[in-house]
Design a binder for this molecule. Structure first.
Ligand code: GTR
Length: 332
């Protein structure tokens, strides 16, 4: 059931950088957490950042990436990073629900219309404003990664319409927006950590979950929930953050090295992401998943209106949503 490293072997890139680093001992070692396995684009992104930091500090600063939730489930590792127990975390905005309220707005269904739209928003002034909100909660936002589009998958039947979802039970991330999203669709939300989803589908505690192709593939969920509906209801940004406690111990020069390496890693991660989305889609189809593309997407979008009514209430939130909707993707 567990994800095999060789699946993403074509995307492993860390060795290329690592060889350039001098042989000095690490004076500072930063522990970085990720829920995903080795070879996954987010893990490889932070590893590339680590290699660049090591090289530019002549081996003084090392970043050790702990994949596969070795340091805990996502929400726990975020808190540990806030308190400086862990130095770094790569996590979805969806997991910051109760810590950084603006992430709720950024997690609204159908807010982003394409990866390019999301890049334009996150790489512009809105991305900077959100970084300031994270900093207030002791998290230094260094890079925004791609998380693709999330889709419903289940073990029971093909879903094509909103009505098809009625009464079904889906795992969502532990986030109020996602719970309300499921209610708006007439389905039942079961919030739970990522690591519990496989067995919960397998034992019938839930009918399914929702995620992007690479997660559906690497988590093994495809093995237990073969009906995958391409409704693309969520595009949630992902974050690489450093604990403020750790950050303040670094010199301004070293902080700059980390920032630049993180930015460069985002460029790489986004490229790896696009490749992995395709590779995972092909892989799950070959393994027997049914990818349903004839989806009544307009009805899904319209059904989300109550979610916007509930969360986009203050003038600030309304302004943010408007600015996001008006942001144009950069010309290709
Ligand atoms: C993935 C995301 C993870 C985690 C997971 C989940 O797409 O990359 O950070 O949030 O979804 O559903 O818990």
């Amino acid at each position: 059931m567990k994800f095999v490293k060789t699946t993403f072997a074509g995307l492993m890139i860390s060795a290329a950088f690592a060889t350039g680093a001098a042989a000095a001992e690490c004076e500072i070692t930063l522990r970085s957490s990720d829920t995903h396995p080795d070879g996954y684009p987010t893990v490889e992104g932070v590893k590339a950042m680590a290699a660049e930091v090591k090289e530019k500090t002549q081996g003084r600063i090392c970043i050790e990436v702990f994949p596969s939730s070795q340091l805990g489930e996502e929400k726990d590792t975020i808190e540990q990073t806030q308190f400086g127990v862990i130095d770094m975390v790569r996590a979805s905005f969806g997991s910051f629900n109760d810590i950084v309220p603006v992430t709720q707005i950024m997690s609204l269904p159908y807010l982003f219309t394409s990866p390019e739209h999301q890049h334009a928003v996150m790489d512009g002034p809105i991305g900077e404003e959100i970084a300031a909100d994270f900093a207030e909660k002791d998290l230094i936002a260094l890079a925004y990664y791609d998380g693709g589009a999330r889709n419903f998958y289940n073990s029971q039947k093909p879903i094509r319409t909103v009505e098809d979802l009625k009464g079904m039970k889906f795992r969502v991330m532990q986030n109020d927006v996602f719970v309300d999203m499921m209610s708006a669709l007439g389905a039942n939300a079961t919030p739970m950590p990522y690591g519990e989803v496989y067995s919960s589908i397998q034992t019938g505690v839930i009918d399914g979950a929702e995620n992007n192709f690479p997660s559906y593939d690497s988590s093994g969920h495809a093995e237990v929930a073969k009906y995958f509906t391409l409704d693309q209801h969520l595009m949630v940004p992902e974050l690489v953050a450093v604990s403020k406690t750790t950050w303040e111990k670094l010199s301004p020069e070293d902080q700059e090295i980390l920032r630049t390496a993180a930015e460069n890693s985002a460029t790489l991660q986004r490229k790896l992401w696009a490749e992995q989305e395709k590779a995972s889609e092909e892989k799950v189809i070959a393994a027997g998943s049914e990818v349903i593309k004839d989806v009544d997407k307009t009805a899904f979008i319209e059904a989300m209106a109550p979610v916007y009514e509930k969360y986009v209430t203050t003038p600030e939130a309304q302004d943010l949503v408007k600015r996001i909707q008006e942001t144009q993707p950069a010309a290709q």
